[in-house]
Design a protein around this ligand. Structure first.
Ligand code: PLP
Length: 468
């Protein structure tokens, strides 16, 4: 490096000088001197690299402003609200179920201080954290006993490890599925210590297949509810009731991973039929697992219900301690479960069901209010119109698109050339809003499915900041 270069570097302000400038001083006041100092150093490092590459020396004010903005960005929590306009109501990447007000209030209350998490207030003795949930789970499912863990993947792992460790477990080949990311039934079974016995074929599995496997010796039969996939055409699978009979005849367990696990009959709301947990228990399942944040509309949790002796074995597994729920989640779940005891009012009280049953006409009316506003903001270059579309429940409910909805369709005008890049830029502009708007690119357009847009005011208020 030449002497001239070195003197150029010397002209960059010192960290302390930047910290004394009004913009960065204010950021340090708001978020602490340590963070602001780190930001000043980072900005100076970047400026030095820029100089070395032949760039100009920036003004000290500009550097202080940059460092202040960086401090603000670091101080902002990374986890933040977004508008889910993807058309998938229970979107795993967007946090699944929105919670009921009752659940939110209960979480805040539990978070604030001490609670009787594992403490029996009546007789001043140690209690069990499952006690806050078990009665409600039994009432809503008809099971003998219940316990709760961190999510349904954990529930499946814990159930298999507690009840079928080192034992063969039969699963239909049609159900050896991957359920998002790293949850693959064969892998989970291996991790749980079970030996997977594949039964039948991908499209057809018969009772006889399970009987043969059972005669060869099994610890359990497991049924995995078809959640994010559908096998169509020439198919056959064995009903729960029949699997339960086979299991009973061979003195082995029948375990069902229900996935979404509805507690109420969804057809009464005009939604597709999903087996309820109660039906599955009635059909003879010894243990059933399901998620708390799918159709139940609660917080992330894995719920295990079934025979009392089996639940006791599960609760004695040290793994249960590692997978247990915290007080805040228990509070939310305990506030959500009672809502299901009143199906008539459930759609009004449970946001998940409210969104799933939102009438297409109401969504279209919303689209008609928003379309002119969005068009005005986007100008000539992008056409905005309203289209009927189909959304989905998501997260392990019928994978087929079933929710009739309406979307704003944003189509860049002009030729097809570069259309893909322009659509991506448009989607990025919506994601760059203060409350990021997440839509989807489909059929050569950017679609905003409005089913889950309830806060119309915030959506409209931030449109002015859109930089398409
Ligand atoms: C969703 C799902 C899981 C995983 O549940 P999480 O609560 O996301 O851990 C497991 N099995 C089935 C059948 C599912 O649908």
């Amino acid at each position: 490096m030449s002497a001239a270069d070195t003197s150029l570097f010397a002209r960059l302000p010192a960290v302390d000088r930047l910290l004394a400038m009004p913009a960065l001083a204010a950021a340090a006041e708001a978020h602490g001197r340590i963070l602001a100092t780190e930001a000043a150093r980072a900005v100076l490092d970047a400026a030095r690299a820029d100089l070395a590459a032949g760039g100009a020396a920036p003004e000290a004010e500009a550097l202080a402003d940059q460092a202040a903005r960086r401090t603000e960005a670091w101080a902002r929590p990374s986890l933040a609200r977004v508008f889910n306009l993807t058309g998938t109501v229970l979107h795993t990447n967007l946090g699944r179920a929105p919670l009921a007000e009752e659940a939110i209030e209960a979480m805040v209350e539990a978070a604030r201080g001490a609670v009787n998490l594992e403490y029996d207030v009546a007789d001043g003795r140690r209690g069990d954290r499952d006690d806050h949930l078990e009665d409600w789970l039994l009432r809503l499912t008809g099971a003998e006993a219940a316990t709760v863990v961190n999510n349904n993947a954990a529930a499946v792992l814990l159930v298999l490890n507690s009840l079928a460790n080192r034992r063969p477990v039969a699963v239909s080949r049609g159900e050896l599925v991957e359920i998002g990311g790293a949850f693959r039934i064969p892998d989970v079974m291996r991790r749980a210590g079970c030996r997977l016995v594949e039964v039948g074929t991908t499209n057809r599995t018969h009772a006889r297949d399970f009987e043969i496997a059972a005669e060869d010796g099994l610890g359990a039969i497991m049924k995995v509810h078809a959640s994010n996939y559908a096998v169509q055409g020439f198919t056959a699978n064995v009903a729960e009731r029949r699997l339960a009979e086979i299991a009973r005849a061979h003195d082995i367990l029948f375990i069902v991973d229900l996935g979404a696990g509805s507690l109420v009959d969804l057809t009464r709301y005009g939604l597709p039929a999903e087996p309820t947990v109660r039906q599955t228990i009635t059909q003879g399942a010894d243990v059933v697992t399901f998620s708390g944040d799918k159709l139940l509309g609660g917080p992330q949790a894995g719920i295990i219900v079934g025979r009392r002796d089996l639940i006791q074995r599960i609760k004695r597994n040290p793994m249960k301690r590692a997978l247990r729920l915290d007080k805040v989640t228990i509070a939310a779940l305990a506030a959500t479960l009672p809502l299901h005891a009143d199906p008539d009012r459930l759609a009004a009280r449970l946001p998940t069901l409210r969104l799933l049953t939102r009438p297409a006409g109401e969504i279209r009316a919303l689209a008609e209010r928003l379309a002119p506003e969005v068009q005005a903001r986007l100008g000539e270059a992008i056409a905005v119109d309203i289209v009927d579309c189909q959304g989905q429940i998501g997260s392990g409910s019928l994978p087929v698109e079933v929710l009739e909805s309406a979307a704003l369709r944003l189509t860049p005008r002009g030729g097809k050339r570069g259309r893909g890049a322009r659509l991506k830029a448009l989607a990025a502009a919506f994601r760059a809003l203060p409350v990021p708007v997440v839509g989807r690119i489909a059929e050569d357009a950017f679609l905003l499915d409005l089913r889950c847009l309830e806060d119309e005011a915030t959506f409209l208020a931030q449109l002015g900041e859109l930089r398409p």
